[in-house]
Design a protein around this ligand. Structure first.
Ligand SMILES: Nc1ncnc2c1ncn2[C@@H]1O[C@H](COP(=O)(O)OP(=O)(O)OP(=O)(O)O)[C@@H](O)[C@H]1O
Length: 290
């Protein structure tokens, strides 16, 4: 198998030793490897788009942001592999991908491929989720030097700093033609969010649909109740949270508001979100049922 490995040396504070073990195991299993170190934001996408032949599989080695940049450069028919070395690694949780480099290499070489339809946010792919409102503010305001040193703690601090703003801004969504208002929204392809927390039990990453979670009550108490429910996988049971599956979502508001996709900043409103018509092939463990 011809494999292009894209390594983000900044993800998770750097994981060079794990990368070496991963590549060694791929080669031991018969893989022919081309290895690329990303130089900065958007470089993975740029590099892949310029390649004439990406091989049979492109593996993202990094966090969800790296995977996002890889899928935006992935050529049609080339499989995606993931060796998660980032901070949160939500996709790895969703797909039960192993943390050990040797096991992750075996998934690429000896696992199976499943079809997953990415979402499209203003023409750019996302694989896990995008959002507007509170979670987009948290991503927008996270202190990057602190994230490099402290990882998830930087997100926790950003979450605290943004809580009091929740409810200030109202958004109008048009969900498959139906107008719905909210104070925050997350549009998710998969069940997991922010690590190992289950945001939506109704979502299913192999289904060509997106699950829209609307936070329709204002107030800090409501938001804290949602965060509490998230810890226990009960978000969709909270009074004031609406969860609907959809194929097309528009988001508008009066202000200049940020968006997040796969945990990284993703431009500003307005947003036009859809399910991509052509699914991607993604390498997963042979024994998982999605
Ligand atoms: N060489 C580089 N130096 C600095 N930043 C880079 C480099 N290459 C890529 N990046 C950027 O690093 C960002 C963060 O990477 P990524 O999200 O994969 O890791 P993470 O934040 O540690 O993990 P997670 O998303 O799981 O929390 C990416 O969005 C990408 O734009």
């Amino acid at each position: 198998m011809k494999i292009t490995v894209i390594y983000n040396p900044a993800a998770g504070g750097g994981r060079e030793a794990l990368l070496r073990r991963f590549v060694t195991e791929l080669e031991a299993l018969g893989g022919s490897i081309r290895l690329y170190y990303t130089q900065g934001p958007a470089d993975a996408t740029r590099y892949l788009r310029a390649l004439e032949d990406q091989g049979d599989c492109v593996v993202a080695v990094g966090g969800d942001g790296t995977t996002n940049e890889v899928i935006n450069g992935l050529a049609s028919g080339v499989a995606l592999g993931v060796f998660a070395t980032g901070t949160a690694n939500v996709l790895a949780k969703e797909l039960s991908l192993p943390k050990k480099p040797e096991a992750a290499a075996r998934v690429v070489m000896e696992g199976k491929s499943v079809s997953i339809s990415p979402g499209l946010l203003n023409g750019r792919r996302f694989i896990m989720m995008c959002g507007v409102g509170y979670d987009a503010w948290v991503v927008d305001r996270v202190n990057l030097p602190l994230k490099e040193r402290l990882g998830k703690v930087a997100y926790a601090l950003s979450m605290l700093s943004q809580i009091r703003r929740y409810g200030e801004q109202r958004y109008r969504l048009v969900v498959d033609g139906r107008p719905l208002d909210c104070f925050s929204a997350v549009i998710t392809n998969g069940r997991f969010y922010g690590g190992s927390f289950i945001l939506s039990k109704q979502a299913n990453i192999v289904r060509p649909k997106l699950q829209v979670l609307l936070f329709q009550k204002p107030g800090v108490r409501f938001l804290l109740g949602c965060l509490w429910a998230l810890l226990f996988g009960r978000m969709e049971s909270v009074d004031g949270v609406t969860s609907v599956s959809a194929e097309r979502i528009e988001i508008h508001c009066d202000g200049d508001e940020p968006l997040q996709a796969d945990g990284d900043p993703a431009g500003r409103l307005p947003a036009d979100i859809a399910v991509e018509s052509e699914p991607m092939l993604v390498r997963v463990p042979a024994d998982i049922v999605l």
